[in-house]
Design a protein around this ligand. Structure first.
Ligand code: GDP
Ligand code: MN
Length: 403
């Protein structure tokens, strides 16, 4: 589950990470009170208006604007709230439809001179995530933060540093100092950075996050380290331990079909191909997608119907898959371990009859308990359903029917 920037910042702040303070609004009529509240807290007139959507690159798409006075705040807030924001990361990229901005964050400007009037800021890149190959967490950081980290990683990878955290030992003091040193910091900024690393790491562990990314992580002119942006992804499987964080889910940001599937207990992920898949078990679903690809087609989705592939679930799964107009065939691949294949076959036939008109061919491969009876059931149904016993056979049939 992904968090909005303002939610991720609140999470970080609750672990003592210094953040750029701000107020979030959904309705433009709350703007005046939000800005006066912020001014009271921060004492600055300059603020930044930031679109809250689940996509990065907002700065590039016009979703982040600096305002030097109230007139500019109003202008930018009116433009950004309710806009369809296109960024390199929204669906279809800068050429796509964009995403509707339902909330904006008004933050204090932290890019300010110090008490002596000197401007001395630095934008760092900083993130914590899991390194699956090394089976431990890693902190990735760079002096070259800001809006072009992808370019930095591609063209000057030696400027991107990695610090691996031992799974049992946890983050060590020398590691926080190494990071601060590699970022070229000294004095007060060095100390702030060490604290920043320790507290962000606590936030990462404490919230069961799979990613926390802070870009830019700002060294201010008065040598504080502040999260000026933040992105957080939490592990869905651990959300039951964090009801307060689970409540932050914003369904507007999720694919509506995926949300509906979740409500019915199906794990569904939409993809771009032409062959719909309905499978029981995540591993089997992965190998089904592999064999579809090996036979020259592309999976239209990942769908795990789970252990109880009964008629109701099969029917919901059909309806969800069929909403995708790219789907030219549906491959059902069920292994009858606990579930009996004849039950599933009956489920498929019933679901098919309930839905009425399914415009694409269906290939069913049932293997395991009562597979033969299941095949007979399907063959005798008289519907546009083709049965197969082996996966290869099923995939070949798909190719034949799609082309
Ligand atoms: P992103 O483009 O979606 O990653 O959004 P960011 O929150 O990173 O904002 C984009 C850019 O806005 C940053 O890279 C900064 O250069 C700039 N920015 C962010 N906060 C401030 C601020 O307080 N003051 C000023 N002047 N610029 C800011
Ligand atoms: Mn950013």
């Amino acid at each position: 589950m992904n968090l909005h920037e303002y939610q991720a910042k609140e999470l970080l702040a609750s672990y003592g990470v210094p953040i750029q303070r701000g107020v979030v609004i959904e309705d433009i009529k709350d703007l005046d009170s939000a800005v006066s509240k912020l001014k009271e807290e921060t004492g600055t007139d300059w603020c930044v208006i930031k679109a809250q959507i689940h996509a990065g690159g907002r700065g590039k798409g016009g979703g982040v604007k600096l305002a030097k006075n109230m007139a500019e705040v109003k202008e930018h807030a009116n433009n950004i709230l309710g806009m369809m924001l296109k960024t390199p990361q929204t669906p279809g990229g800068l050429e796509g439809m964009g995403k509707l901005v339902r909330k904006i964050l008004i933050t204090e400007d932290v890019y300010l001179p110090n008490a002596n009037g000197e401007m001395d800021i630095k934008e760092f890149y900083y993130s914590i995530l899991m390194d699956r190959e090394r089976k431990c967490n890693v902190i990735i950081y760079s002096t070259e933060g800001g809006m072009n980290i992808e370019k930095v990683a591609e063209e000057t990878p030696h400027l991107v540093h990695k610090e691996y955290i031992h799974a049992h030992m946890g983050l060590q003091g020398y590691q926080t100092r190494k990071i601060a040193h590699n970022l070229g910091l000294s004095g007060a900024a060095f100390k702030s950075m060490c604290k920043f690393v320790a507290s962000t790491y606590n936030a990462f562990i404490g919230s069961d996050a799979s990613l926390i990314e802070i870009n830019p992580c700002l060294k201010t002119s008065d040598n504080k380290i502040v999260a000026a942006d933040s992105k957080a992804s939490l592990d869905d499987n651990a959300l039951f331990r964090h009801p307060d964080l689970a409540a932050l889910r914003d369904v507007h940001e999720e694919d509506p079909t995926e949300v509906e599937a979740k409500e019915h207990g199906l794990s569904f992920i939409k993809l771009d191909g032409n062959v719909g898949c309905m499978v029981n078990g995540a591993g089997l679903a992965m190998s089904t997608m592999d064999i579809i690809k090996l036979c020259g087609n592309d999976p239209a989705n990942f769908l795990d119907v789970g252990g109880t592939a009964d008629a109701k679930r099969v029917e919901t799964a059909f309806r969800i898959i069929l909403r995708d107009k790219n789907v030219k065939a549906i491959l059902i691949n069920i292994f009858g371990g606990i579930v009996r294949c004849d039950r599933v076959a009956q489920g498929v036939v019933d679901a098919y009859k309930n839905i009425g008109n399914i415009p694409v061919p269906i290939i069913v491969r049932l293997q395991g308990t009562n597979a033969e009876i299941a095949k007979e059931l399907i063959d005798a149904s008289g519907l546009d359903v083709h049965s197969a016993i082996t996966l290869q056979d099923a995939a070949d049939k798909v190719t034949e029917l799609v082309s």
